[in-house]
Design a protein around this ligand. Sequence first.
Ligand code: AMP
Ligand code: MG
Length: 799
Amino acid sequence: MKIKTYDVLNLPLVPASERLTVNLLADPVTPEPRSIVSVSGSSPSLVRRARPVGQGAHFSFLSTLPLSFPYEFPPEQEGELALGERHQQELERDDGDEAQLTEQQKKEKVEQAHKRRMQEVEQMLQRYEVQPSEAGAGGDGLQGHVPPRRKHQHFPSARLLGVSPAVLRDCLPHLDVGDALEWIKKNNKSAGPSSYSSGPMADAATTTDVSPEVAARKTLSDFVAGRLIGARIVGDASTLEADERAGYGTKYMRLREKIIKGEVVDESTEARTLRRLDELEQKRASGAGGEYAPWSLCYAGHQFGVWAGQLGDGRAFTLMETKNPATGERWEIQLKGAGRTPYSRFADGLATLTSSVREFLCSEAMAALGIPTSRALAVVALPELKVVRERLNVAAITTRMCPSWLRIGSFQIHSSRGEWESSRILGEYVSHDIFGFTDVVKGGAVSSEQAEKRPMWARRMVQEVATRNARTFALWQVYGFMHGVLNTDNIALTGHTIDYGPYAFMDLYDEGQICNHSDGEGRYAYRLQPTMGVFALRELLNAVAPLVGFEIEHDRAPAPGELLRASDSQIDEWRELCSDDFSESLEALFTSTLLEHWKQAYCARLGLATVRADDKTALIDPLSDVLGDLDFSSTLRSLVRFPALLKARGASTDDEDRLIKIVDAFFAGDRDAGVEVWYDATVLPEYAREPKEKQARAWLLSYARRLLAEARDGDEVAREMKTRNPRFVLRNWVTNEVADRLEKHNDTDALALVLEMATHPFRDWGLPRDGKSPDEVAEEARLCSLGRPLTGNLPSCSS
Ligand code: AMP
Ligand code: MG
């Protein structure tokens, strides 16, 4: 079937009834998509200032804005002063009357100057936002907006570094990226204006080529660089200007002002919640008028086991939700590192080139290993924008995608604030639209009548989170993946691996390995990952316990408004009911599911078609001991040769002597017969060699018996094992080298090669073959090597 393709702005959105922003509650400062429009009464700084986002909100509408922070605002025209300099001059200016002023008057003068400066900041920020005159009549796709100040020469230009062909194949076959891949290749190692793919620098290097391929690439590049805002705002300039929901904070700020002046009385929490439930119903009924704008999520979490309160997307923006037309799978396309949000706290909202390239590559590497993960469509560098971390870095933005970006922390934020209606709304949406429990009812009118029998979802939903994450955690262990920051805000409800930070694949096998520089205590060490999964799941259950307890008591789900009427002691009773009846079975479900998947996937790596009850204790645990201090991935990959050798030499369980000889030949190599050494003890300290060798031989013998017992064809087993044991593993030294080459030489070929290897990890990389020069083959082999194994110099959180 030929799939119709669209440029990124015109990708079909999911139906209105399934959109996150139609189903969940918006930040009161940004109640509508049109809140991103710049109207004169608006306070755009509000949406980029750290603040608690209240009133039960799940998300904030806002546009991407990749600028250094604190904002600098260089002058608009040559010869003018920047805002900060002008302000400084104003403060220092002596009008000649300084001596006569009282202290009070001096203070007022400074206050006036600050106020003027704040107004100017707001006016300046407004020029970065969608202008009312740009609003349109709607239509199918999103409209692209590049507000005036984003055309200014100081706005950071972008360079497209990579686009993942695997994402186009697996997730977005309907996306037309134009000539993006060819363009990247052509501009390898180039510098100067023509090496930019979007922004003022690229605008300056005008080309006359306006073919559809060029246009699609330019749109993509501008969009994923956070410069082009894709939104759908319906209306004309004058109605928008008058609309109180347009412009950041407009309606909210007017109301606050009236409350402060005593003109109106603030609503009670109950009245406000009821009003918001009603507004949500209206929004659902109207499909939200067909409007659309990007958003950031509000969530909380436990960081390193400690409650951290409100976190949220501090540098991530979802741009759109679309479905793969071939599979129906839903994808939320998000930018990471595209500027400040209300959830940025003290940080700049940006990401470094190194961390972005690491996320881009690892998302794709994990998918190729068959591990549930968010994906990465593209990565761009913003060479003019510098990010201050341990050193000055080039900024970059990753375009990443997940069926849903909701996390365990998405429930925790509401439970911590006692916002049970928000928990219910979120739970219904996750159950119905993300997990596909089609019987679950979303919303409905608030009524004090005896509610109809609403299908239950809370226990099912938590179980689904548990089983999905159990499988993911199991696969991490089997492939030696260490996440590094398993905080509850970094664990997706859908079980996809998300938020790649200081992750690492195990190089030298060590169960206690820690990959995160900030994790001194080793909380997220490899060995402890499953335990941390249990911890996170417990926190999820804590967060939704009253809803689970409600279901246990009433044998139905709560109706809208029903939880609002419950007293605190009633909530506590439900919580108790949940912990008595459900929590143990949930943990058991997680642990047993994890163990099952772990055994299955490990056995598959070992070429076994069946899983036996004692495989953990008799086969896999002893293998862990054998692997100690060896290169985890390559030792397993070379095991692939074993079943074939058993076959070639006619091994059988009846002939013990022969079997021992074959094991010896495999173990220590048989040069005459061209059999390579499997176990290279020279990497071990001398005192450890003999006992380790003995242990390894014994293991190999028992493994041989286990293989022979299945009586499968050795060559076929080997072929199968090759598709389970990667030849290429995305090691830390590789990602760091790629990032370094990009930063110093714009070497996009290096990125493309590693992406190709990471997305086809099972191929025989580094073996001579047609069409490959010896140098190319040698480079592949180098990229597969252990290199500098992980020690010291570890990456940390939030880089
Ligand atoms: P992480 O553990 O890296 O997922 O980050 C924890 C929280 O900090 C999340 O809410 C992030 O969005 C936020 N965060 C991390 N780095 C930054 C940054 N540079 N700017 C703004 N927010 C950030
Ligand atoms: Mg995070």
